[in-house]
Design a protein around this ligand. Structure first.
Ligand code: 6GU
Length: 244
């Protein structure tokens, strides 16, 4: 997976991205990141990339020329790449979108600042508009980093155990079960005994049940798309009955 990001803050993106698991993944050539500084394509001797909005109003608007030139500087390398514009007006990002985008070979993220980007260049280059939630941020860099983390960890080999990407929150639309490690007793609380039993079947069953309980308690909206077998559906029905 090759990520390209068009931004006014390339250092911020590169520094944050090259930490922890994404750093190791980049060292292992599983993912790459190239940050393109839009300011390098300024058409102005002061390296300005924004100007006043036509029609008046608050703030500044990013000019189309530098954004387009920044895009052109990588478009051959990133051939066929979708161009994802980070905007609160976009479709709200979720795990399903992460899974879909993880199938791509190249992805370009376009990050705006100020009051936004001149509409004409967006019309020409953007294929997808994505938001990370219903709140307003000052720029698209943090959202793009969020997306790259969510997508990058789905690339085969990025997580060292290839099962852990599957057995987690949102797999089967269920939340994760609780985890415990040593010591067995802490603040007079015991680790559930089934986890010490060594009986894998019972452990699996207990974990599935905890996942169902948690999802019902914290995110009941997810249950309508959960993949439950007959026994699990009965367990859920029993929980709902007990909660009445
Ligand atoms: Cl993608 N951009 C900005 N500026 N604000 C946001 C966002 C994106 N997603 C949520 N808020």
């Amino acid at each position: 997976m090759n990520f390209y990001i068009l931004t006014l803050f390339p250092e911020m993106v590169e520094q944050t991205f090259h930490t922890s698991i994404m750093k190791r993944a980049a060292e292992n050539d599983l993912i790459s990141l190239e940050a393109v500084n839009i300011r390098d394509f300024s058409e102005n001797k002061h390296m300005k990339v924004d100007d006043y909005p036509y029609g008046g109003g608050a703030g500044m608007v990013m000019q189309p020329g530098p954004v387009y030139s920044a895009y052109e500087s990588i478009k051959e390398k990133a051939k066929g790449a979708r161009v994802v514009y980070m905007t609160p007006q976009g479709k709200v990002f979720n795990q399903k979108m992460a899974e879909e985008l993880a199938q791509e070979e190249n992805l370009i993220f376009l990050c705006g600042h100020y009051e936004g980007i001149d509409e004409r260049v967006l019309e020409e280059i953007v294929t997808d508009e994505v938001s990370i939630g219903d709140y307003v941020l000052t720029g698209g860099e943090l959202p793009a980093l969020v997306m790259m983390d969510a997508i990058g960890r789905l690339v085969p080999g990025v997580l060292n155990n290839d099962v852990s990407a599957e057995i987690e929150s949102f797999h089967d639309n269920l939340l994760e079960y609780p985890q415990y490690t040593r010591p067995v007793t802490w603040h007079e609380k015991e680790v559930p005994s089934v986890l010490l039993s060594g009986h894998h079947g019972n452990v699996e069953k207990w974990r599935r049940e905890k996942s169902i309980e948690r999802t019902l308690a914290k995110r009941p909206d997810l249950l309508k798309d959960a993949n439950l077998d007959k026994k699990e559906q009965q367990y859920l029905a029993k929980l709902k009955e007990a909660n009445k």
